[in-house]
Design a protein around this ligand. Sequence first.
Ligand code: GUN
Ligand code: ZN
Length: 431
Amino acid sequence: MVQGYRARILHCLDKPSVSNDSIQYFEDGLLLVEKGRVKALGPAQQLLAEIAADIPIKHYPDAIISPGFIDCHIHYPQVDIIASYGKQLMQWLETYTFPAELRYADAEYAKQAAEFFVQQLLMNGTTSALVFSTVHRVSAEALFQAAFAQNMRLITGKVLMDRLAPEGLLDTAEIGYSDSKQLIEAWHHRGRLGYAVTPRFALTSTPEQLHSAAALLREYPDVLMQTHLSENLEELSAIKNIYGEFGAYADVYQHFDLLTERSVFAHGIHLNHHEMSRLVIADAAVAFCPTSNLFLGSGLFHMAMAKRYKLKIGLGTDIGAGTSFSMLQTMNEAYKIQQLQHNELPPLESFYLATLGGARALHIDSKVGNFEIGKEADFIVLDMKATPLLNYRYQRTKTIQEQLFMLQVLGDDRVIAETYLMGKQVYCRIN
Ligand code: GUN
Ligand code: ZN
């Protein structure tokens, strides 16, 4: 059955800086969905004249329909500790994060948390995410199960960590390898799910474990690799102490064959020119996590430099160091971080990062990220009258850029009226 959705419709065909045709916008558009996929897209008047009169159409006159948001870096167990006071990265990990992650050895606890987490993603309009579980195999299983139940395109992996953490959070190179392998065999490509080999960061894995992570990537060439890179200055000096012989931080990952086009590195705030060019040559991606970078006082991501290098970038909420599940709020803080550096981040560019750019970073852009015909119909309805203030400001906007920026600065989960996965409504805001 075909179903139509009529609204302002916005999506990216390419990076906005590449050409003027990289954004497609229909002020009165129609999206046709059949069997969970995009069947057609265009001006409503024109398409309506071409299609059967009995096709059901949902009409949203004051909303934007956009592809679902893609969160390139988030930790599901850290919902437990979002908004924890007063620490920077290394002390924050010790004080709040590691104790919270210990609970995820319990499959039932993990199941409850995973279901809550998936619900939070959907109510924030996030339809795909690259997610850290904990070191426990059951934690990744719980999240796979919760995402599978919603038919969500989600990627996760069990964390690899064999040193410098509490005993209950440690695996070994062998166990980390065999647990990851078992999870890949069970879940990678099951439904819309994918696996990411997940060494937490170079500090918490021995060289043996980093080697075994690379072995997994060789065995399964289409799984992703996710880790942290260059977030905090204390982290950088600890890396220098342990891995000084490899040069800069990114060189450590390169040395262990973990710097590839399928790598997604969270943060990358303090990268030098050498590291940035290494990442670009490898075609690896960085997840820019603005709310986290501000909350932990980690630093300001050099977007202008990253753009000069043509680094592949996505946006991440980095819950629970990040402070919001909302990709709108993430764009809001990304803008301010660029303001502090006197750089620009136009609304369409952050919109690209939150949709097609994120999909490219996660290698899922052949399936989602925009409304190309045949792609999976993951989309959201953004309500421009969601609050009295938004409604007031909306009446005074003229362009889609103004409206988008208004939503990014003032909006959050309240703006998400509906969320669809493969054409099926999975969230509807209660008015
Ligand atoms: N670096 C290593 N682990 C973590 C984590 O859980 N959160 C953040 N923000 N950085 C990290
Ligand atoms: Zn993180």
